[in-house]
Design a protein around this ligand. Sequence first.
Ligand code: ATP
Ligand code: MG
Length: 421
Amino acid sequence: MNSAVLIPVGDELLNGSVIDTNSAWIAAKLFELGILVKQKICVGDQIDDLIDAISRASHIADLIIVTGGLGPTKDDVTKKALCIWSGSELKRDAESFLRIQNYMKERGREVNPLNMAQADVPAACAVLPNLNGTAPGMWFEKEAKVLISLPGVPYEMKAIMESFVLNEIRSRFARTIVLEEILLITGLPESELALKLESFESELPDTIQIAYLPEPGIVKLKLRMVSSPSDQASDKVLLLSYLDKAANLVGTSVFGRNLDTLESVVLDLLRKSGKTLSIAESCTGGNVGSMLVNQSGASDVFAGGVISYSNEMKIKILGVKEDVLNAHGAVSQAVACDMARGVRNLCQTDYGLSITGIAGPGGGSTDKPVGTVWIGIADHMSVQAFLCRFESNRARNIRRASLEALNILRKKHLGFLGQSL
Ligand code: ATP
Ligand code: MG
C-alpha cells in the first residue's frame, strides 16, 4: 500500500478555534484508493516549522498533501516554504492571473495587489486551477515524491481534489482498491446485533473485515475488502452477497445502506405509495420535521405539524382531552395516541406521528424517569403508541426519539408493527 503524509497549516488549527476537517476528508478519500495516511503533521503559520514538516514527510511517504496558508496575507507562508523546498522562485502564472481578474469582476470587486500576488506560484509547480476562490492549488514532483498544495478553505480544497487531483493520484499510486459496503440498522442495540451475526462473522472469509460503528440510535455495520483494479468487479459481487446475507439475518431493523438516512428512506417509502404525513412534536421540539425538510422534495410527503410543547397547546390545537392529560400525564400512551390522531385530523394526512417524552436532565420521576418517551402513530384504521426508554442526556434523547419515531413510521408503513390498540 502506498502511503501519504498530510500537512494542515494554520495557527487556528493549533489553537483550537478551527477543527481540521480537511485532513479527515482527504484521508478518507485516499483510503478509498488504498493509500494509507501514515502521519498528519499539523503546523502553524511559521515558515521554519512548515519546511521542517515537509522534510520529515518526504522521508516517510511518497505523497504529501499540504492544505492552507495560501492566502494573500502575511501570515500565509506555504508558497515561501515551497519555493525553498523546490529550489524555485515565485513566477506569475498568466492563467491564474486572468482567472483571478474574472473572479473579482464577476463579483463586482476591484483587483488589488494582494489578489494579484495570488497568481504568483513557485516556478517548479504545475498549477491546479481553483474555480471557487483565488488561491490556485499546486502540484510538485521532486525525487520521486509528489507534493500537492491546496487552499485551506474546505470547499475550495474539495473541488480541486475532486476535479483533478484524485484521478491523477489514482492513476499514479493506486495499486489496491478498498471496497466498502455499509448496512444501516436502527432499533437494535449493538450487542444484540452482534449476537445475531455471531455465526455469520465466523464464516466470513479472511479477505473481508467487519466493523460495528455505533452512534446514538443507529449502528453501521461495515464490510470492507482490499481489492485490485482487475478483481474489483468480482470482489464487489462477493462483498454484496455477504452484505445481503447479513441484512437477511438482521431483518426488519435494517433501514438502508451506505449513504441512506432514515429520513430519506422514510420519505422515499411514503412518496412511492403516495402517502402524506403530519407530526405532533413535544420533547423533540420540531427536530423530526427539521430532519425531514433537510431532504429535498420532502413536501411531496410532509404536510407539516405542531410543536405542542405545553399541555395547553396539546389540548387547544391537537384536541387532546383534558381529563386524559390529568389522568395519565403528558408523557403517556393515551396522550401520544390523542396527539397522533389530533395532528392527522388537523392536517388531513394519511399518517399522524407524535412524540411526547422527558428529554431531561430535569423533570423525571420514579415512574417516568428521564429518557421516557411515548411515540404515537395514527392512520385511517387505528392508532398505536410505543414506549421507549432512552438515557439521561438531553441532546441524545432528542436525537434517539426522533430516529425512533421515524423508524416506527417506517415499520408501520411496511406492516412490521404488531397489534393495534
Ligand atoms: P484562501 O486563499 O483560498 O483563503 P488559504 O490557503 O489561505 O485559502 P487559510 O487562510 O489557511 O487558507 O484558511 C482559509 C479558511 O479555511 C479559514 O477559515 C480556515 O480556518 C479554514 N481552514 C484552513 N485549514 C483548514 C482545515 N485543515 N480544516 C478545516 N478548515 C480549514
Ligand atoms: Mg491560514
